[in-house]
Design a protein around this ligand. Structure first.
Ligand code: SF4
Ligand code: SF4
Length: 353
């Protein structure tokens, strides 16, 4: 992150705004990946699931996303799903308009269909392709977005590969190295990021790492970042995997990112995982990246994290003074209204008072 970007983000925090926005732009996904948090029952808080939520399509989706963005003015927008490429046509129109507003845009996808050729050249645009390990495991978990199909669909692009390290991977020595040896020589691959599987509180899943496996993963990432320069993870970030935030209140990522689901109004809390994530086992690369920034000491002795916490308090006070209108009602005011959406809006306002 550049200093100018940190200063802009800080300015927004002082005004009580969140500099990052993440939108699940569709409830649909052609994949059924084991361990996918987006389709967990508790992801949206336990009422409806993502598949049951009403979502938008076509110009209503484009206008809706632009309305939300114009209201919240994020510096960074992460477009997730479901799989955002289900709304490929809408994204073709939406992405240039978002970039024109000076927003950094990130699309997170399984690459089950070809990426738009124009995305390869757009500045401030990052397409992140999720890969679930080496080909045999990935293809079994992620068909129809198999290795073969992904390699065809990313031709001519400049993408970031993102892989979530699981317990199964760490039980096979040399797994991460083999993964990097496969992906990093490819010209389409600009960067590789690893996360570590993040469970919900109380989970007992094969994807979870034991404490020893977590330490091993940290040691391997630290070693491999020197051997594979495309592994774009600074040492300070990797170190944070050993000491994740204890709660959402301590997580700078959760405090600075607003996540909305496919109806463009349901907020996903406390972070993109929804439900009750086990912060002490968190392995989210974005959370660790911001924790590394917070651990940095200005002038060698003032931790950025302390300044951040004070700034959030100031921002909350400022936003309380600036508007008496609830953020949910602000959103409702700007979203596109078809007859059906107006009905939902009235129901929502009635319910929420
Ligand atoms: S591609 Fe992503 S959203 Fe779709 S099932 Fe897999 S993890 Fe979930
Ligand atoms: S990103 Fe990780 S640390 Fe932050 S709130 Fe979510 S689970 Fe907790």
């Amino acid at each position: 992150m550049q200093t100018s970007e940190i200063l802009r983000a800080w300015g927004k925090i002082l005004k009580g705004q969140r500099p990052s926005l993440s939108i699940e732009i569709t409830r649909e996904c052609p994949l059924r990946c084991p361990g996918c948090y987006a389709y967990e029952d508790a992801h949206l808080g336990g009422g409806v699931t993502l598949r049951e939520l009403s979502d938008y399509k076509g110009s209503t989706l484009i206008d809706g996303v632009l309305a939300v963005v114009d209201l919240q003015k994020p510096l960074h927008l992460s477009i997730v799903g479901g799989d955002p490429l289900v709304r490929y046509r809408e994204l073709q129109i939406l992405v240039p308009q978002l970039l024109d507003r000076g927003i950094h845009v990130q699309i997170v996808t399984s690459a089950f269909r070809p990426l738009s050729p124009q995305w390869a050249y757009l500045p401030h645009m990052n397409v992140v392709v999720s890969i679930d390990g080496l080909q045999p495991e990935h293809d079994a978990r992620r068909a129809p977005a198999t290795y073969e199909r992904i390699l065809k669909n990313i031709k001519g692009q400049r993408i970031t590969i993102h892989c979530t390290i699981t317990g199964q991977m760490m039980k096979r020595p040399g797994y991460l190295q083999e993964f990097l040896e496969f992906w990093t020589p490819r010209s389409e691959v600009n960067k590789v990021w690893f996360s570590i599987f993040t469970p919900q509180l109380g989970d007992r899943l094969p994807e979870m790492l034991t404490p020893a496996e977590r330490l091993q993963a940290i040691a391997e990432m630290t070693e491999f970042r020197k051997k594979f320069p495309k592994l774009d993870m600074p040492e300070g970030l990797i170190r944070q995997f050993a000491a994740p935030p204890h709660s959402p209140a301590e997580c700078i990522f959760a405090q600075t990112t607003q996540t909305l689901s496919a109806d463009l109004r349901t907020r996903i809390v406390p972070c993109q995982f929804g439900g009750s994530p086990d912060c002490r086992s968190c392995g989210c690369v974005a959370s660790m990246g911001l924790a590394a920034v917070a651990a940095h000491k200005l002038g060698g002795f003032i931790p950025v994290g302390a300044i951040f916490k004070a700034s959030v308090k100031i921002g909350q006070a400022v936003s309380r003074l600036a508007t008496a209108e609830e953020p949910d009602h602000q959103l409702l005011r700007v979203l596109p209204s078809t007859r059906e959406k107006v009905f939902e809006e009235q129901e929502f306002v009635k319910r929420e008072g």
